[in-house]
Structure formats: structure tokens, C-alpha cells
Write a protein of this length. Sequence first.
Length: 327
Amino acid sequence: MLNRRNFAGLTAAAVAAPTILASRALAADWPAKPVRIVVPFTPGGSTDITARLVGNRLQEVWGQSVVIENKPGAGGNIAADMVAHSDADGYTIFIAGPGMATNQFLYPSLTYDSVADFAPVTMLITQPNLMCVPNSSPAKSVQEFIAYCNANRGKVTYASSGNGTTLHLSGELFKRLAKVEMTHIPYRGGAPAINDLIPGRVDVIFDNMPSILQHAKGGQVRALAVTTKERVSVVPDIPTIAESGVPGFDVFSWFGFFVPIKTPPDVVAKINSDTNAALVHPAVKTRFEELGANPKGSTRAELAAFLKSEIDKWGPVIQEAKIRVEN
């Protein structure tokens, strides 16, 4: 007997069926044209390096061009807003990091919502930051840098790739835990920040490992410590900030793929599957490890849960420190 409840269920299924079939049909043909990965910072920084490493592999898998589009500014908000309001067809992918969790607390107003406007796709990598100073700096250890700060109160500067990035927050956390004064100098990406660090225009940076490590190994800057609570295998002789006299210091960066919230689930699933496969490809995995990054991969639900944990972690810290950034 077809009662009202059964009829309602059949009606809902009938309405949903075309949507599900359309999603699967779209995923089967996707991608049928070039895909763009939007990077919220300038070329040459860690976000850009990550996008290009993964994008190059995905281009081979998909048989379509993967275009890296750098859209720097406002701590990643310009790029995030653009992607949030792009067509939800899978052809625009956002590579995002900690700003997805922190910008809502740092900026007085945003034109997007990091949870409501984006569908998480997959985690890409996690990585430590590396505390580096110019070769001209008198500091050859964390303790010597702290002494330098105390001897030059109000004069010491630290660079970052933008407001709200882990480079910025690493500096703020260092100020608080080491009880020193430093002035934040935000740049539009990691590369221009490093360009000013090398000749000593700024005094220190807590940069993402993939973008700064080559400069440290090449002798262009001096590495003092890593920001994670444990040492990093690729640079085992470099101590942690915590073991160098600043206990409790533990900061790492991460990057993940996100797409506009209404992107068909089957398309999101394909991007997830192909990206996770790319991350374990020997050439990609080895290169990330050489740069000091950890290729991770994840399910969509795992990235969503991680983003929530980052929001819960950094929100109180930023609010307590009263860190605000003007749009």
C-alpha cells in the first residue's frame, strides 16, 4: 500500500535521483578543460611551491592543463573571496592554509565564510617553520637572538608572508613566550620576505620549510631553530625553539585543497582521490620530504574536522592577544 510516508519518500528520491545522476555524469567527464589552482600568495613561497608540485602531477593524470593562478593580498582573503564566488564546477580549486582558520578572528569583516562557503577536498602537507636570521646578524642561536632583541628594544623586526599566516603567528607567539619586542613586517608572500631577509632589511623570519630551506642550506641565511616541538629529520642538527630556551613553542603550517561549497560531490571525490594518489607518487613524495614537508592526504571529513580543530585552537589565542588586522 502506498501511504503518505511512502509517497513522500518516493517523491524525494525521484527529485534527488536526477541530481545524483547529473553529478556522476559530470564527474565521469571531468575535467574536460583546464583546471586552475588559486594560490593566495606570490610565486616562490611555500604555498606556491606546494601547488605547483601537486598541480604538475595532476596535469599528467588528468590530461588537462593545471594553471597556477597567484592572487596575493589581504592575508589570503582576496583569493578566498574569489574562489568562494566562483562557479562550483570543480574547475577552480583553492589551496589554503592556516588563514582558513585564523582570518575570521584577525579581520573585522570578511566577504566569505571558511566553513559555509567551501567544501574541504583533502589535506596536502604539513610542515615546520624555520627560524632564520641574516648572515649579518650577530645571533647564532635562539638565546643569542633573544639577547639581541633585549639589547635593541623597539628596533627588531620580523618578516612574514602576510597577516594571519603561521609566519605571523609564529612571530607573535615567540614574542610572548620569549618576552621580547619585535615589530611585524608583512609582505605579499614568502619570496619577497626572504629577499629582504637575506640583505638584513629585516631581522628574522619564521618561514615555511619548503621556501626557506634551500636558502639556509645554500648559506644565504642562518637557520637558528625549527618551530615544531620535535626536530625535523631533513635537518636533524637544527634544534627546536622549545629546546633552545622557549618551552611550549610548537607551530606548524599546513595546506589543503578546497572548492566552492556547491561543487558536485562526485567531482569533489575525484579531486580527492587523484590528489591523494599524487601525494604518494614517488617523485612528488620524495621532493616534499627533501623540502622538509610531510605529504599527508586525507578524506574530506578528516580535513573538515582538522579545520574545525584549528579554528578552536587559534581563535582564543588571537582573541586573547587582541591581534587585529585592518582590511
